[in-house]
Ligand binder design. Structure first.
Ligand SMILES: C[S@@+](CC[C@H](N)C(=O)[O-])C[C@H]1O[C@@H](n2cnc3c(N)ncnc32)[C@H](O)[C@@H]1O
Length: 248
C-alpha cells in the first residue's frame, strides 16, 4: 500500500517538478522570499545538522545552510533532487520517502517539512519518522497551508448580490479529513490531504513531538497587493508554522 502511494506521489511530482521550480523557487515566489524562508531560518536550531524532508529544488535546504547549518535534503522525486544538486551550495541530498527516511535514529538536530505534509498520505508514518531521526530535544518545523482556513473550497468571496455587498473569506468543510485533486495552474493537478489542525498536533504528540510554538503570520506584502480589494486580506493567514520538540 505504501509503495502504491509512493508511486502515485512520484508520478505526480515528477510531472510537475519543472512547474514547481519555475513558479516557486530560486526567488520566483514572493511568499517564499518575503515570508517562508525568513520565518523558517529564524526558527532553526542554532547549529548542528538539519534534515529538510520533501526538499524539492532545495531552496529551504540552501537557506538553512546559509545560516550555518549542516543541511541535508530528502525528496522522493529525482527530478527535484537533480535540480537541487545543480543549484549548488553546501547541502547534500538523498532520495527517500518522508515516511521511510534514509537516516539513522537520533541522527539530526532538526527536521523541516515545508509545504509537504499536506501532500503525504501517511501522516502518522511521517511524524513517526521525524521522531525517530531527531535527537532528544531536537525540533521539527512544519509549515502547512493553514488547515483551519485553507480548507477545500475556501477562498475570497465578493458578493455583490446582497445589499450592501459583502466580502469575506469562505471556509469549506473543516472537520472531515479529505483528499482532493486541485487544479492549481493550467494542466497542473496536485493531490492535497486536508486534516484538521488537531489531527496534526495530536499525531505528533503521540510520537513524542510536543508543540512548543505556533506562528500564524499575516500574508506578506506581495499577497496583499494581489488582494488589495478585500479589506480583511491581512487578517486571514495562508500559512502556519508548527514548532515541535522531541521529548527528552
Ligand atoms: C510543495 S513542494 C515543497 C518543496 C520544498 N519543501 C519547498 O518548500 O520548496 C512538495 C515536495 O514534497 C515532495 N514529496 C511529496 N510527497 C513526498 C513523500 N512522500 N516523500 C518525499 N518527498 C515527497 C515532492 O516531490 C515535492 O518536491
Amino acid at each position: 500500500m505504501a509503495e502504491h502511494h509512493d508511486r502515485e506521489t512520484i508520478d505526480e511530482w515528477h510531472r510537475h517538478a519543472e512547474w514547481w521550480q519555475r513558479e516557486f523557487t530560486d526567488g520566483a515566489d514572493a511568499e517564499y522570499v518575503e515570508q517562508i524562508i525568513p520565518m523558517l531560518t529564524a526558527a532553526l536550531p542554532a547549529g548542528g545538522r538539519v534534515l529538510d524532508v520533501g526538499c524539492g529544488d532545495g531552496q529551504v535546504t540552501r537557506a538553512a545552510a546559509d545560516v550555518g547549518i549542516e543541511a541535508v535534503g530528502v525528496d522522493i522525486v529525482t527530478a527535484q533532487l537533480a535540480v537541487a544538486r545543480s543549484r549548488g551550495g553546501t547541502p547534500t541530498y538523498v532520495r527517500g520517502a518522508v515516511a521511510r527516511l534514509p537516516v539513522a535514529n537520533a541522527a539530526v538536530d532538526g527536521v523541516i517539512a515545508c509545504l509537504v505534509l499536506e501532500h503525504v498520505n501517511d501522516l502518522d508514518g511521517a511524524l513517526g519518522e521525524f521522531a525517530r531521526v531527531l535527537r532528544p530535544g531536537g525540533s521539527a518545523l512544519v509549515v502547512l497551508n493553514h488547515p483551519i482556513l485553507q480548507t477545500p473550497g475556501s477562498g475570497w468571496i465578493d458578493d455583490q448580490m446582497v445589499d450592501p455587498p459583502e466580502q469575506y473569506w469562505r471556509i469549506g468543510p473543516y472537520l472531515p479529513e479529505a483528499t482532493t485533486q486541485e487544479e492549481v495552474d493550467d494542466d497542473v493537478v496536485i493531490t492535497f490531504h486536508h486534516r484538521p489542525l488537531s489531527r496534526y498536533v495530536n499525531a505528533a504528540s503521540a510520537h513524542g513531538l510536543h508543540l512548543v510554538r505556533m506562528h500564524e503570520p499575516a500574508p506578506p506584502a506581495a499577497y496583499l497587493e494581489q488582494y488589495w480589494a478585500f479589506d480583511a486580506a491581512d487578517t486571514i493567514p495562508r500559512l502556519i508554522l508548527l514548532e515541535f520538540r522531541r521529548a527528552v
